[in-house]
Structures are given as C-alpha cells and as structure tokens.
Write a protein that binds this ligand. Structure first.
Ligand code: NAP
Length: 272
C-alpha cells in the first residue's frame, strides 16, 4: 500500500508543483512518543512525503504551543499537522487539538472531524480505527451482519472503531471497565476489537472458536521489557480465525492510514 502511495506522490511535483508536507510536533522526551514519531518520519520517507518534526521541551507553555499551531495553520506549505500525544499535564490536550485547522487535522481528532464521523459526513477518520477496518477488509472478513464487540471506549480508538463497524452494519457492543461478566460478552463476539492498554488481558477462555481478534493494545511486558498486546496472543491464536500480532499488526496499518490522510489533506488543499 505504501508503494502505491509512493507512486502516486511521485507524480505530484509535476502535477501540483510540490509534495505533501506533514509537520509533527513532539513535546518532551517520552521514549515511546519519540519512537512513534520516528516511525511516522520513516513512513514519510518511504512514501515521499515531506516531513518536518518540531521538537519542543516539556516546559513549553500552552500559549506557546497554540502560537506554534497558529503559525502552521497559516503556512500554505503545510498540509498536515500532528501533535504527538500525550502532552505534559499542564497543557490542555483538547484545546490543542481543537486549535489545529480541521483541514490539516491528519489525525482526525479535531471535534469537527469527530462530529462529522458520527453524522456520516465527509471527514478525516482517525488513523487507528480506519486502519482496523482496512485490516478486516484486507483479511477478507465480512463485517455486515456480524456481532462485533469492542473493549474500550476512548475517543481515539474504542468509540470511533465501534462507529465504523456500525456503519458497516455490524451489531456492536461496546465494553469498558464497568462491564459486568466481560468474558460472557466477549464470547459472543464474531469480531473482537481490544483497545484497553493492559498486557495480555484477553485470555483464551474469553474468545470463541473462529473469532476475528484485533489487538490494538501496545504494552511493555514488565518481565521481558518487550512490547505485547492486550491479548494473550499465544493462547488465543489457536482459537482465532484471524488475529493481529503486537507489534506488527494495527500499529503499522495506523501509520499507513496517516500517510493516506496526509495525501488526502494535500489533495483537498491543492484542489481549492
Ligand atoms: P484509554 O484511553 O486508556 O482507554 C482504555 C479503555 O479501556 C477505557 O475505555 C477503559 O474503560 C477500558 N478498560 C480499562 N480497563 C478495562 C478492563 N479491565 N475491562 C474492560 N475495559 C477496560 O486507551 P486508548 O487510548 O484507547 O488505548 C488503548 C490501547 O491501545 C493502549 O495500549 C494504547 O497504547 C493502544 N493504542 C494503539 C494504537 C495503535 O496504533 N496501535 C493507537 C492508539 C492506542 P473506561 O472507559 O470505563 O475507563
């Protein structure tokens, strides 16, 4: 998919006089955030998208960050703006996300993009939920009419993926930390999406034979220091008809969708 995007982007200089430009703002020195930002930069290189990473210290004030975003919003040469989350506690993330020009919001987190998703209007769809649907399609999974269970109801994963599954005519149950008898609910799932952030939380007894399992979680195993998912992969894999590994599953597809969203924002802007 990245190769196809690279072919598409290679034609842009002649057609539009330039390539798409993604600006990523990284505040502070959190190693996980640094690694995610590096991954995004590498994907830009592969696809041929111009990437600028702006580093700012964790001591930056909210006003300074808002001023930086205002400059990038006004910059005609910038097509996509992404602020790597989480931000330090003294900065209001909602205010920062809302300050990004909706047309440059490649993450799809802006309230207007979120609202448009729920109103079935054209919008930038958040990369991880979009990537999950893409993975299901690529695996040849029929979504329509299926019983889908999503564990997690965050604004960036659980809720939007549930909405996208609903839009594809799945019957969707959303579970969370107060859900009673969770294994009873998850055993009903034909498609199970897990986005909670707890290492190997989903065990084999929570999954029925033939279930499609999408593991969104990215956790660090306390014993080995290695990355692992929210699903006990080794135990669940024999029962699942499809299962996404961590690392290597949803994460890379999320970045592919980020590239796609950046190209879409660019094309919208050059077509104006
Ligand atoms: P989040 O905002 O912390 O939300 C976690 C959700 O899990 C909440 O809705 C919470 O329920 C629910 N939950 C927590 N403990 C639970 C339990 N014992 N039983 C049932 N539900 C429980 O997390 P997030 O931002 O959605 O991220 C989830 C995971 O996905 C994290 O590991 C994150 O690193 C990963 N992630 C991966 C990607 C990717 O591209 N691969 C992208 C984003 C996030 P309540 O609402 O009741 O609190």
């Amino acid at each position: 998919m990245k190769a196809e995007m690279a072919e598409q982007v290679a034609l842009f200089p002649e057609k539009y006089g330039r390539v798409p430009h993604l600006v990523v703002i990284l505040v502070g020195e959190d190693p996980a955030s640094q690694s995610y930002v590096r991954g995004k930069g590498k994907a830009c290189e592969v696809v041929g998208i111009k990437n600028t990473t702006i580093l700012r210290p964790a001591t930056i004030t909210e006003q300074e960050l808002l001023a930086l975003i205002a400059d990038l919003n006004a910059d005609e040469g910038v097509d996509g703006i992404l602020v790597q989350l989480p931000l330090p506690d003294h900065i209001n993330e909602d205010r920062i996300i809302a300050a990004i020009d909706k047309e440059k919001d490649v993450d799809g987190f802006h309230p207007l993009n979120v609202a448009a998703l729920w109103m079935k209007q054209p919008c930038t769809v958040a990369c991880t939920p979009k990537g999950i649907i893409r993975m299901l399609d690529e695996a040849g999974v029929e979504i329509s009419g299926k019983r889908a269970v999503v564990i997690g109801r965050s604004q960036i994963v659980g809720l939007p993926v549930a909405k996208l599954l609903l839009d594809r005519n799945a019957t969707v149950t959303i579970c969370h930390s107060r859900t009673k008898n969770l294994p009873e609910v998850t055993r009903q799932a034909e498609i199970l999406v897990v986005a909670i952030g707890r290492p190997r939380f989903v065990t084999a007894d929570m999954v029925s034979e033939g279930t499609v399992v999408i593991d969104v979680g990215v956790n660090r195993d306390a014993a080995t220091g290695k990355l692992c998912g929210d699903v006990d992969y080794d135990a669940v894999e024999p029962k699942a008809s499809v299962i996404t590994p961590v690392p290597g599953g949803v994460g890379p597809m999320t970045i592919t969708c980020l590239m796609e969203n950046t190209i879409a924002c660019f094309l919208n802007r050059v077509a104006r």
